[in-house]
Ligand binder design. Structure first.
Ligand code: K7E
Ligand code: CUA
Length: 674
């Protein structure tokens, strides 16, 4: 890039930044109508007839909602809102006793996070439909969802990180998911002056091993890097398999007013990490074991989440492992790091850059062999820009962020400031088409578009600003995605659809890879919850001091028991509700008056537990919250609460009570469960 073009570009960008992407975009008004052409044609492309299925499952990050939204494409219909990092009162996720441990972290119980980047598990570089990983940004974590149940199965906290943004970005056989810290922090944490940023802070990149059979995660090693901001990542594939690429900004190492202070240099870097080299160095004992405390929450086969505590990590430094890291100079505060389907090109979205730089993996290899270095930074070799760059996309638009790929050798880059998707060719890096987005696109997504096998067909724009696209709803507007047809030479807008939470990245794959592998119910006979009641005969109420366990069943259309007495103010009452149904799509709910947490939604064959601490004497109704049958409204019961110290005996109306003998002492061992 010539000096003058850089300077000219900077002026344009400054203006655009001042104006704000949104306002610039609003100027576009509703020019899309011309582009849309025959609206009828677009409608037909997204129309999924009643009772018919969508072609793709799309998994969209919920952003600050902390969840994953599952949508059908092309319809844009919301199919599921899967709770991950955030408690969900709809089904008791993070409220029920069996799921609470999923929210454990070294900071305590953290029932919220900011989730950005879903990543489907891959086999040979192709999404295989087994698991979905997603990062938690604020309290550094990675979650794994099981796609036979659409449920979060595991959440691993990442120590020594401060904003887990460049994550999880899976390798091509799901060997690793990665976690790069956005904010450098003292690692391990300690009390130092912020002025000591350059000396006392580090940017730690973590490689998390994924067990190929179970999907279970474990931190394999961490790499202590200079105190930059590690923004995004993607793994190599094909020839570049074995490498991961991280963009970084703030190579200025500013610790205040980054808006200005981290935009000084013309170029920051992409860090190319040779993780196979790292594996060797770790095997050779070159990593040091450092104490670290982090939570590892796993859903057991019994449906109960448990926390294991990590106590140390293996820390590698680039100095101890030559060949581990190389820097590729990249203009300017790069954001996205995207690898094309062949694995040859690494595209960086320099959000303040005037071009899109495309690095070549084979040129990078040659530059390393030739030692085509431009000096070092923190002891890490800096490769010459000209030696690694395959080309630059000229005049792409303003504010390039992220790039996805189709199956025809084309790339699609989101342009935040100029609010458009720009299609360009991987052959000559020439722009082929551009289409406006409404408004200020962040990520974009093509089904399989970061894998070795994009399915093409559609690109989804995940927009940051909604403005006038829908009926207004006060100051807070819905979040928005847009679907474009990419089967022709020209991209064509097909539809807008709202999303839950701010959508960052998304992933999609053909429905056929998942839909026939769905679990329809849990086996009641296989239920090993310690408080299960597998039939109505074994329901019972046990008092242990001030703790009362209610082993309850639900079936269309009653609870057993549905009349309970002998509870006292201040007791901890555990409602263990087992759903006896063995039929698909017959959950029962459970709620009790005065409960201060959430309801339960119990799937067929499952046991879920809600704790209730009655605060006043009286008789309180409980009921099923899910309209399960014609007599759903009749699915109700009462629980009597007496004052503290009351002598009212524990009593309930199920067969077990009569077998135990009516009038027996409430605390008798005959009712004991353990
Ligand atoms: Cu660009 Cu968090 Cu991936 Cu949002 S990030 S846009
Ligand atoms: Cu069970 Cu409604």
């Amino acid at each position: 890039m010539s000096r003058s073009s850089t300077i000219r570009g900077r002026h344009v960008l400054t203006l655009a930044l001042l104006a704000g992407g949104a306002i610039a975009a609003i100027g576009c008004g509703r020019a899309d109508t011309a582009r849309l052409g025959e609206a009828g044609d677009a409608a037909a492309r997204v129309y999924v007839a009643p009772g018919k299925y969508d072609e793709f499952y799309a998994f969209m990050s919920g952003g600050f909602d902390g969840q994953v939204g599952v949508y059908g494409l092309p319809s844009g219909r919301l199919l599921r809102h899967v709770p991950v990092f955030s408690q969900n009162p709809e089904n008791g996720w993070g409220y029920s006793e069996q799921t609470k441990a999923m929210m454990n972290t070294s900071y305590g119980f953290v029932p919220w996070d900011d989730a950005h980047h879903p990543q489907l598990s891959q086999t040979a570089g192709i999404p295989d439909g087994r698991w979905l990983f997603i990062n938690g940004n604020n309290t550094p974590r990675i979650a794994r969802l099981d796609l036979t149940r659409f449920e979060t199965d595991e959440i691993l906290e990442i120590p020594n990180a401060g904003g887990n943004h460049s994550s999880p970005f899976i390798t091509e056989n799901s060997e690793y998911v990665v976690a790069g810290t956005r904010f450098s922090v003292p690692a391990p944490q300690r009390d130092v002056s912020i002025e000591d940023y350059k000396d006392a802070f580090s940017g730690v990149l973590s490689f998390v091993k994924v067990d190929s059979a179970t999907g279970h995660m474990a931190i394999a090693f961490q790499i202590r890097m200079p105190p930059f901001d590690y923004d995004l990542s993607h793994a190599g594939k094909g020839p570049s398999h074995g490498w991961s690429f991280f963009t970084m900004y703030n190579t200025e190492q500013a610790n205040t007013k980054l808006e200005v202070n981290a935009s000084q240099k013309d170029k920051d870097y992409v860090a190319a990490i040779n993780w196979k080299q790292a594996e060797q160095c770790v095997a050779q004992g070159k990593a040091t074991t450092e104490p670290a405390r982090y939570a590892h929450n796993i859903m057991g086969a019994d449906g109960i989440a448990r926390t294991e505590w990590g106590t140390s990590t293996k820390m590698l430094t680039p100095a101890a492992c030559p060949g581990l890291v190389y820097y590729l100079p990249t203009p300017k505060s790069p954001h996205g790091a995207d690898v094309d389907p062949t694995g040859e090109f690494i595209v960086a979205g320099g959000k303040l850059a005037t071009v899109i730089p495309v690095h070549s993996f084979s040129k990078m290899q040659k530059a390393i062999a030739d030692k085509a270095f431009d000096g070092e930074d923190h002891g890490i070799p800096v490769l010459k820009y000209e030696a690694t760059v395959a080309g630059e996309v000229q005049n792409p638009g303003l504010g390039p962020l992220h790039t996805e790929f189709d199956d025809q050798g084309n790339a699609y880059t989101s342009m935040f400031l100029s609010s458009e998707i720009v299609k360009w060719s991987l052959k000559d890096f020439k722009v082929l088409d551009r289409v406006p987005t409404y408004y200020s696109i962040g990520h974009l997504m093509i089904p399989g578009g970061d894998s070795r096998k994009p399915w093409g067909k559609y690109v989804v724009a995940l927009n940051k600003i909604t403005k006038d696209r829908y009926l207004p709803t006060g100051p807070e507007l819905t979040q928005s995605a847009q679907l474009y047809d990419i089967t022709g030479d020209k991209m064509k807008l097909l539809s807008d659809f709202p999303t839950i939470g701010e959508p960052h990245y998304a992933q999609a794959l053909p429905a056929s890879l998942i839909q026939d592998r769905q679990l329809k119910m849990f086996s009641l006979m296989g239920n090993t919850d310690p408080y299960v009641a597998k039939n109505e005969k074994s329901t019972r109420v046990d008092r242990k001091g001030s703790v009362v366990h209610v082993m309850m069943t639900s079936v269309r259309s009653h609870f057993m028991p549905d009349k309970i007495e002998g509870i006292r103010v201040g007791d901890s009452v555990y409602f263990h509700v087992t759903n006896l149904e063995q039929d698909w799509d017959v959950p029962h709910g459970f709620a009790v008056l005065g409960a201060s947490n959430a309801e339960l939604l119990i799937m067929p064959g499952q046991t879920r537990t809600l704790v209730w601490i009655p605060s006043r004497a009286g008789v309180f109704p409980f009921y099923c919250t899910d309209f399960c049958s014609a007599l759903h409204q009749e699915m109700q019961g009462y629980i009597r609460v007496s004052p503290k110290g009351s002598a009212v005996p524990v009593k309930w109306n199920s067969p077990s009570y009569h077998e135990a003998g009516e009038g027996k002492p409430a605390e008798s061992a005959e009712h004991g469960t353990q």
